[in-house]
Design a binder for this molecule. Structure first.
Ligand code: AMP
Length: 447
């Protein structure tokens, strides 16, 4: 008896398996591209205007890079990294964030020898094995800015200003929240104070917060656990423990923001979980959903469009020159787009074209390939529907795309070496020499 497909190791089912994208990984379909293009174009422009240079970095790094920089005891390193051992037995991780990477690049490529600060920007995907929900994905995109090699508070302000202005230019209504967490030295005493404060309420804390109290007490301040929300209000505040330089620098940052008319709120609970931060830390929150969001701390943090801060110790920690200061920020692209949709930012969804090329019959279709290419290389935005046969359908498409002019090429025109130009508004048509059509249309379009 002949063997079944299953018996010879094939898939038994007649229907092939239908694959789906992985949980937390999203396809960004053509419909959304207008938003993505708008955000990326605006990001590129503002970063360039402020003299930041673009870098593109690999998605995979040695696991240790993130363990050392982001820090053990953080959610990212403890729970969220996509790590595996590669075929050459190296422990690697899909980057969960890019700051550590940029610092690695700065050190590896000797950027120390360039004029400081070295100002870099990136736009690319990050990977975190987080619990997926609205605005939180396992692959998401960030636009980031890093300025390495200057401790001037104006650099902190400049990065905040860029993030704020970019979001404004994208039509968003946002607020900057800001805090200073001082130097690691000044933080040490504060953390002792914080620990002794929360120890009184140890019993009331959730298991997660009990662990934080031991491992990373600063994180208690941005904890989303409901039990801690009231306790936080009376907790000692870090600004009262800042050393003089941190305090003066913080005041300067605020003055620069005032000068640049960037509105901000002081948020004493903002600590930004990662180990490498020092002094200025900030986040940017969209305004429209703030009231709803403020009721729910978890949603609030999920709502941040971006944030960043100073990381004066990181370069040294990763083997760079002692005492190299740095400041950076990252904005989440999906969150920005969600906010643009929520705040109903007007956006032109339709691709606008000047000319639409219509063809009738096989000979016209063939000839049309070169006519279309002539328009394209002349820089005239031209639509087409080579796959369609009916003139009516093609003219309807031309109308929908708001073409000013339609070109009609039929069997007869191909034989005569002509083409019809139709003014889409008046419906007036003229027959012209196909060799001159680009030039004639260019004049009609006023170019
Ligand atoms: P972070 O440095 O973790 O605060 O990330 C900076 C920004 O990236 C956040 O404010 C979000 O806009 C975005 N972001 C972080 N994690 C995710 C995620 N899992 N999904 C989507 N966006 C994220």
């Amino acid at each position: 008896m002949p063997k079944t497909k299953k018996e010879i190791g094939g898939i038994d089912d007649k229907k092939p398996k239908v694959y789906k994208s992985l949980r937390g990984f999203r396809d960004i379909l053509p419909d959304s591209q207008v938003y993505w293009d708008k955000v990326e174009d605006a990001a590129r422009k503002i970063a360039t205007d402020y003299s930041f240079d673009r870098i593109r970095l690999p998605y995979l790094e040695q696991t240790q890079l993130f363990e050392r920089s982001v820090g053990k005891g953080t959610d990212i390193v403890d729970k969220e990294m996509f790590s595996f051992v590669d075929p050459s037995n190296t422990k690697v991780t899909l980057r969960p964030e890019a700051t550590a990477q940029v610092v690695r690049t700065y050190i590896e490529h000797g950027m120390l020898n360039k004029p400081q600060p070295v100002k870099l920007w990136y736009f690319g995907p990050m990977f975190r094995h987080d619990r997926p929900q609205a605005g939180r994905y396992r692959q998401f995109w960030q636009f980031g800015l890093e300025a390495i090699g200057s401790n001037e508070p104006i650099i902190d302000a400049q990065i905040i200003i860029i993030c704020f202005r970019l979001l404004k230019e994208l039509g968003l209504d946002v607020t900057v929240q800001i805090n200073s967490i001082g130097t690691p030295e000044s933080r040490r005493d504060y953390i002792m104070e914080l620990v002794s404060y929360f120890k009184q309420f140890r019993r009331q804390l959730s298991e997660t917060d009990k662990k934080r109290l031991q491992k990373n007490p600063l994180r208690l301040l941005d904890s989303k656990e409901p039990e801690i929300q009231e306790l936080k209000v009376d907790a000692p505040q870090i600004v009262d423990w800042l050393d003089d330089t941190s305090k003066q620098d913080f005041m300067k940052v605020l003055e620069y923001l005032d000068e640049a008319e960037v509105p901000y709120e002081l948020n004493p609970f903002l600590v930004r979980g990662l180990d490498y931060y020092s002094k200025t830390v900030f986040e940017i929150i969209p305004n429209v959903t703030r009231e709803v969001v403020n009721e729910n701390e978890e949603e609030k943090s999920q709502n941040a469009l971006g944030g960043g801060g100073r990381y004066d110790g990181l370069v040294e920690m990763l083997g760079g020159r002692e005492g190299t200061p740095a400041m950076g920020a990252a904005l989440g692209i999906e969150r920005i787009i969600l906010a643009m949709k929520a705040q109903e930012v007007p956006i032109n969804k339709q691709r606008e074209i000047d000319v639409f090329f219509c063809q009738l019959g096989e000979a016209a279709r063939r000839k049309g390939l070169s006519v279309f290419e002539q328009f394209r290389s002349a820089g005239i935005t031209t639509g087409e529907a080579f796959g369609k046969g009916s003139l009516k359908t093609q003219l309807e498409m031309a109308d929908k795309l708001k073409a000013k002019v339609a070109l009609i090429l039929g069997q007869k025109e191909v034989l005569d070496g002509t083409i019809i130009i139709r003014d889409m508004e008046s419906g007036a048509q003229e027959i012209v020499d196909v060799k001159k059509v680009v030039e004639i249309v260019q004049k009609q379009l006023g170019g």
